[in-house]
Design a protein around this ligand. Sequence first.
Ligand SMILES: [Zn+2]
Ligand SMILES: [Zn+2]
Length: 383
Amino acid sequence: MSGKDYVEKDYYKVLGVPKDASATEIKKTYRKLAREFHPDANKGDTKAEERFKDISEAYDVLSDEKRRKEYDEARTLFANGGFRSGGPGGTGSYSFDFGDLFNGSQGGGSGGIGDVFGGLFNRGGRQAQPRRGSDVETEVTLSFEEAVDGATVPLRMTSQAPCRLCNGTGAKSGTTPRVCPTCVGSGTVSRGQGAFALSEPCRDCRGRGMIVDDPCTDCHGSGRASSARTMQVRIPAGVQDAQRIRLKGKGAQGERGGQPGDLYVTVHVDPHPVFGRKGDNLTVTVPVTFPEAALGGTIEVPTLNGPSVKLKLPPGSANGLTLRARGKGATRKDGTRGDLLVTVEVVVPQTVTGDALTALEQYREATASDDPRAALFRAAKGA
Ligand SMILES: [Zn+2]
Ligand SMILES: [Zn+2]
């Protein structure tokens, strides 16, 4: 059974029953008509045969509570969309008359109607289409260590979901919302005429197209419920401060079988007092003395969450030289680790006294002939 059939065929008219006919009434009428037009009773009468087929088809749909509901919804939707003068995104250069459309569909002879219906369907009729859940944004603050190694953190989120009690219809259980008579379900009303017509949200139904007479006790008719949930979310190793992570399908639930939305987590990373980050590598600045820098030696360097490492400082190391401790950096996606980049900083003592002063004065005398600025002055003169 296609949407086109639902629009083009008026099963109520075929059986000659009102739209609100009860199941018993439909059954009774069908039996009477079926007897009357049964092929056995009308041998050779092709018209009666046609009529019998139509009656059976109509009864198939209207006798099945679920299919009847679908049929009614499809026709309501169609009526809504048709009334909307081209529907959302339409140019508005042509306008439908609701009555014409409906009559046309009842007559069943109008060829374009199924196509129009299909188009409206694809453009997203509110009542029948599954709707993807909305994306949800949230933030999380990680410690420096958590960002480096990855962490599982609890995220508490509130999002709008369809009310569970009424399945999002907003109507008290056992009742259904009715189509707004003012806007005939479109949610908008037109003011003015022709090219000057303006459409504005319908005031009677506040743009929803439906009116709920008995509101759901849980959501008070809104059909929406805010649901709070706490989710354990795995933040992968190696996230950077201000990075936005997308967790597919962890956003708000979809409606009517639609896909859930995505969850976007903006990560804030607390700075570390000692370590910094450069991609997969961690950085640290290590003070060394002048003798260590000049003579070389072994320096001990702290690592993040691990035992310290010893690095060889070559003789004649300049201030700012960077050494590399392999595999002591941040964890990569594949589980391997970056390096720890160790920058040496030669510290100059604020005060020098005693034996150190004597030694330093001796050192100055011993190196008096070395002018560290000689090359600078040669270069400055352009020599
Ligand atoms: Zn309305
Ligand atoms: Zn509800």
